[in-house]
Design a protein around this ligand. Sequence first.
Ligand SMILES: Nc1ncnc2c1ncn2[C@@H]1O[C@H](COP(=O)(O)OP(=O)(O)OP(=O)(O)O)[C@@H](O)[C@H]1O
Length: 268
Amino acid sequence: MPAAIETDSLTKSYGDTTALAGLDVSIPRGEVYGFLGPNGAGKTTTMRILTTLTTPSGGDAWVMGEHVTDRDAVVEHVGYLPETPPVYDELTAREQLTYLADLRDLDAAQRDRIDPLLERFGLADAANDPIRTYSKGMRQKAALAGTVLQDPDVIFLDEPTSGLDPRAARTVRDLVADLADEGRTVFLSTHILPVVEELADTVGMLANGRLVAEGAPADLKRRAEASAEAGLTGSDSASDPTERTLEDVFLSVTEDHAWHGKSAESEG
Ligand SMILES: Nc1ncnc2c1ncn2[C@@H]1O[C@H](COP(=O)(O)OP(=O)(O)OP(=O)(O)O)[C@@H](O)[C@H]1O
C-alpha cells in the first residue's frame, strides 16, 4: 500500500529563491505529521505542491499513490486549510459549505455531511448567521468544516490555531485529534511547538527547504538531551538537560542550518 505522502528530492524555485532544496519524506497513512520550520523554510510551498496548487521545479511527490502532476486524482484525496481561512463573510456557514459542495460537484451522500459537520464543529446554532458575525475561532471552525467536507484521506493544515484564543485553539486541536483518530493522515504545519508535541506522531523540521531532523517528538527530545549532556549543543533556555523541550531541538537544528541559503532574517 503506498504511503499517504511521499516526496523524492522535491525542489521548488521562484526565480533566484530556492524554496525547497530536495525534500524527502515518507509519511504512512493515519499519521499526524508535524511540519515545523522558521518563516520562509518552505512549509507552505510543500503543502501547495502536495495539494496541486503549484508545480514542483524538480523531483517527485505522491499523495495516496497519485503523482502530484495528476491533479484530478490527487484532489479526490486531499483537504487543505490555508493559513488565512478561505471563508466568505457574506455567506452563512451552511451557505459556505453548500457553495463548496457545488464547486466540488459533491454527490448527495457527501452533501448529507453538512448538517452533522456543523453540529460536530459547534456551529449548528450559528449556521444561518453570516460568517462576518463570527469570532475568529468560529471562522476557523467553519473553514475546517469545509476542508473535511468531502471526507479527504489526507488533510493539510497550515497554522490551524494561529491567532486563536486558548479556548478556540483547544477546540481546533481537539477536532484535529478526532480527525486523526478516524484514521486520516494529517499534515500539520506550524510554528507552535506545543501543538505538535501534543498531536504529532512524527515531527519533521524544515530549514532552508531541507529536512534537518525527523522523528517522534519524544525521540527528538531524547537526542537533544543526549547532545546537551555531551556538550554538543548549547541553548540558553535549557540549562538542565532533562528539561529540554522540542523548542530547544528546533532552535538548535534550525540555527545549525542557517548558512545553507538565505537566513531567516533576510526574509523580512
Ligand atoms: N509565490 C512566490 N513567489 C516568490 N517567492 C516565493 C513565493 N512563495 C514563496 N516564496 C519564497 O519561498 C520561500 C519559502 O516560502 P514558504 O511560504 O513556503 O515558507 P513557509 O515555511 O511557509 O514560511 P511561513 O512560516 O512564513 O509561512 C521563501 O523565501 C518565500 O519568500
